[in-house]
Ligand binder design. Structure first.
Ligand code: NAP
Ligand code: HSE
Length: 441
């Protein structure tokens, strides 16, 4: 048997020692033997930068290993791999560019950073001779980046769908199971370390959109600008929506959808609350779990499920990146990403007229004669065909809760319909719109 090769220690610096950073430090320590054996030498967390070195933490890190200067850590010659685990897009961008400029390997879990500055960062990596690994940026512990980048290299991807935000899935699951409203559950998601520092990123759909943009980049080679992602969150969902879903055998999921129409050369990315049939796999992914369903033209449908947030699941993904980074340092280069200029020439972002869905529409309306007629005229004026109507008493006297589902219609028609409905005095609050998944129509 050949002697195991023992390379000098690879030194890891962590910018950020919060939920994720502490998990990474802890498991680099706890798995030191296995990692050293499998990677042909030790991988050691040597320093971390934080906002407040004196803050009490769940893990013990000697004070002399902590600093409050992430930029200095990024260019420290005694660090080989820099993990950006702070979050945000300001200082995180500076730190990442500094590390890449110094020729270091960057590992990041920061989807907002990649979504907003990915093109610039990958260029910097290319110029500085470094590399970026970002497995933890999408779907927590699920190795989805590796699957798309390497395992499915033989495929084109007409459709990728996913539950990409653990916090929202946790909230929706508990709203359904316990009849709670969303603010009550959000506090628990924060305590468990699932939510972003700014929870609006989670509940308003931005975090899922950041992740969808990264998946679209991996699958199609294009950085879709965030304003071109059709986006809505879960903030306005109520027990009325949950009750409808339950009655008709659906579950509400915040679903990211990346559709590529290869014939027309269109790409569309959306994140929207969606009624998912319970008989489907994604309809049974609950709590903090994420799932990504990828259909490849060669492989067919595939589904990946796992914890989408939290210390250990995310640390698992970051450590897999650190392992890839170690191999990169030793000359093992992996598959290159698609090049954006070629990909951009092959497709364009789909106009709203070209994207079709069945819709769920909940309206709070005046409970008065003629109201239903006004609503149905607004829909028919834009050629939106109603599939079903359900009316319940509203929360206040004199109000009704009206729930309509539509046949398949395009998003431009639905946008115009919503704008017409907004102009009716009998419509008392902003409509709640959801996509309907499955084969309803
Ligand atoms: P967190 O718990 O808020 O930790 C952030 C860390 O960064 C803290 O250690 C903080 O220092 C440090 N930091 C923040 N601003 C700093 C500054 N200006 N200078 C120096 N240090 C600074 O965040 P997290 O949940 O670990 O998330 C980190 C990243 O991972 C984010 O990009 C997030 O989107 C991503 N992510 C998180 C999860 C998850 O489940 N939490 C999952 C996947 C990806 P102090 O400790 O001194 O405050
Ligand atoms: N806040 C994110 C979520 C963390 O809840 O999914 C994982 O990216």
């Amino acid at each position: 048997m050949p002697e195991p090769i023992s390379n000098p220690p690879v030194r890891v610096g962590l910018c950020g020692l919060g939920v994720v950073g502490q998990g990474v430090w802890q498991h680099l320590d706890s798995k030191a033997g296995t990692l050293s054996q499998r990677l042909g030498g030790p991988v050691v967390p040597v320093r971390a930068a934080v906002r407040d070195p004196a803050k009490p933490r769940d893990i013990v890190v000697p004070l002399e290993r902590l600093s409050d200067d992430p930029l200095a850590l990024a260019v420290d010659p005694e660090i080989d791999i820099l993990c950006e685990l702070m979050g945000g897009t300001g200082l995180a961008r500076e730190v990442s560019l500094a590390a890449l400029g110094a020729g270091k390997i960057l590992v990041t879990a920061n989807k907002a950073l990649l979504c907003e500055h990915g093109a610039e960062l990958f260029l910097a990596a290319c110029r500085g001779g470094g590399q970026i690994f970002f497995e933890a940026s999408v779907a927590g512990g699920i190795p989805i980046i590796k699957a798309l980048r390497e395992g499915l290299v033989a495929n084109h991807f007409p459709i990728i769908e996913g539950i990409l935000n653990g916090t929202c899935n946790y909230i929706l699951t508990r709203m359904e199971r316990e009849g709670l409203e969303y603010p009550e559950v959000l506090a628990e998601a924060k305590r468990l370390g699932y939510a972003e520092a700014d929870e609006a990123l989670d509940v308003d759909g931005w975090d899922s959109a950041h992740k969808a943009v990264i998946l679209a980049f991996l699958a199609h080679g294009i950085w879709v600008p965030l304003p071109r992602v059709r986006l809505n969150g879960i903030r306005r969902l109520t027990q009325d929506d949950i009750a409808f879903a339950h009655t008709f055998d659906y579950r509400i999921k915040l679903l990211a959808n990346i559709r590529r129409d290869f014939e027309r050369g269109h790409l569309a990315v959306s994140v929207w609350p969606t009624l998912v049939p319970r008989r489907e796999v994604l309809g049974n992914v609950n709590e903090v779990y994420n799932a990504v369903a990828i259909t490849g033209d060669v492989v067919g449908p595939t589904v990946y499920i796992g914890r989408g947030a939290g210390r250990d699941a995310t640390a698992s993904a970051v450590i897999s990146d650190i392992a890839d980074a170690v191999l990169w340092l030793r000359g093992r280069r992996g598959l290159p990403l698609q090049t954006p200029p070629e990909a951009e020439a092959a497709c364009e972002l789909a106009p709203a007229e070209a994207i079709e869905n069945c819709f769920y529409l909940r309206l709070t309306v005046e409970d008065a004669p003629g109201v239903l007629a006004q609503i149905s005229s607004a829909l028919s004026a834009h050629h939106v065909s109603i599939a079903s109507v359900l009316q319940r008493p509203g929360r206040q006297a004199g109000e009704a809760c009206l729930i309509l589902t539509t046949h398949r219609t395009n998003q431009a028609a639905m946008d115009e319909t919503l704008s017409s409905l907004g102009g009716l005095s009998c419509v008392l609050a902003d409509p709640q719109l959801m996509f309907i998944g499955g084969d309803l129509d």
